[in-house]
Design a protein. Structure first.
Length: 133
């Protein structure tokens, strides 16, 4: 199942850096220093894990409620635990996504530097200095 929030976040990171997520993750893994890219990828991963947990807990909640049996104390405890875990994961997902989105919005892709024409003046000065000797 696609996870909409983490997928959207990953697409925005890819657009910002102009490369696929796998390439960005490989690049971020090559440095020991903390970078903005690594922080954004970590936030995206956290959002993705939260979404996976929401889906897992939701399925478990449906299984527990769909047993067709009376809900006893043990099942009620499991239902409450699944509900609590869903609420925690939603809070984590929303907080991480909100902060990562704010960071992405504050950044922008810098335009490629224009090619600087080589000035012939320094070369001419070097040639004149060489002939003067």
């Amino acid at each position: 199942m696609p996870y909409p929030v983490s997928t959207s976040l990953a697409e925005r990171i890819e657009a910002l850096y102009g490369r696929p997520r796998a390439d960005l993750e490989a690049h971020a893994a090559t440095t020991d220093r903390p970078t903005m890219l690594a922080a954004l990828l970590d936030a995206c991963c956290t959002v993705e894990l939260a979404e996976k947990n929401i889906e897992f807990q939701r399925e478990r909640l449906l299984q527990l409620a769909d047993l067709g049996c009376d809900i006893g104390p043990a099942t009620a405890g499991h239902l409450l635990d699944c509900s609590r875990r869903i609420a925690e994961s939603v809070a984590i997902r929303d907080t991480q996504a909100r902060h990562a989105t704010a960071v992405i919005q504050s950044l922008h892709r810098a335009p490629a530097p224009a090619a600087t024409p080589v000035s012939p003046a320094p070369a001419a000065a070097t040639v004149r200095a060489a002939h003067a000797r």
